[in-house]
Design a protein around this ligand. Structure first.
Ligand code: SF4
Ligand code: SF4
Ligand code: SF4
Length: 232
């Protein structure tokens, strides 16, 4: 293989994009290993097998997986959202490294199970605790590929989605910077692009909860005013 070393290491990593290795994705971890800034045994989703493959590639002795970075799971999980509780705050959507959550502000959100890597990054930001992990549907027998090939195919797909998201975020950042410098030049008032602070987060959640409460009470009022002959 004539690929640069970073690409070769990245090709071994499972592309869960969970950050458990201490880096914000598989590619940054691959870069850190290639540059000698990170040890080879920090990826728990890749398990001992991944460590051994990286050791072989780098021609260094293998070492045990460092479980300080998490323990490997014996089965794949995907996230699921309890849509009755979701208040549409979008925090999970912003946290997902592979754009596996569909939804918009003030609307309920849904996980696209086929795109979810089970990275768990959407769970902590959810103010409603309405995201959980469930075992992924077993796809055995759905195509002619073997388990290893299916795993590789899923990893390649997740890498592509991660890269697309990174490109989109970079593009958005550039556009914001351009707009900001344009406004500075013209002296126009710049719309706030401040990061979401805890206080702002709390205010957004409170507003979303108030909205959800209002919608529920309206639905309830509508239901109670429904006359028996209107029911089908
Ligand atoms: S799967 Fe998670 S722990 Fe492993 S390299 Fe990728 S981001 Fe890091
Ligand atoms: S939906 Fe949640 S668990 Fe699935 S990939 Fe996105 S952030 Fe990770
Ligand atoms: S973080 Fe939770 S409440 Fe907010 S949109 Fe996602 S699932 Fe809904």
């Amino acid at each position: 293989m004539n690929l640069p070393l970073i690409d070769q290491i990245d090709a071994i990593l499972p592309q869960t994009q969970c950050g458990k290795c201490g880096y914000p994705g598989c590619r940054p971890y691959a870069e850190a290993i290639a540059e000698g800034r990170a040890d080879i045994n920090q990826c728990s989703p890749g398990d001992q097998d991944g460590v051994s493959k990286i050791a072989k590639l780098l021609n260094v002795p293998p070492k045990p997986l460092n479980t300080a970075h998490g323990s490997p799971s014996s089965y794949k999980v995907v996230a699921i959202i309890d849509e009755h509780l979701c208040i549409g705050c979008t925090f999970c959507l912003k946290a997902c490294p592979v754009d596996a959550i569909a939804g918009a502000a003030k609307q309920m959100h849904t996980v696209i199970a086929a795109e979810c890597t089970g990275c768990e990054l959407c769970i902590a930001p959810c103010p409603m605790d309405c995201i959980s992990l469930i075992p992924a549907a077993n796809t055995t027998g759905t195509n002619s590929l073997g388990a290893a090939e299916r795993k590789q195919q899923a990893a390649d797909h997740a890498r592509t989605r991660y890269q697309r998201r990174q490109q989109r975020l970079e593009h958005d950042k550039q556009r914001t910077a351009e707009k900001s410098s344009k406004h500075k030049t013209t002296g126009a008032v710049i719309k706030s692009t401040q990061p979401i602070t805890d206080e702002r987060k709390k205010a957004m959640v409170a507003a979303a909860l108030a909205r959800a409460k209002m919608i529920r009470s309206q639905t309830h009022a509508g239901n109670s005013s429904t006359k028996p002959h209107e029911l089908s």
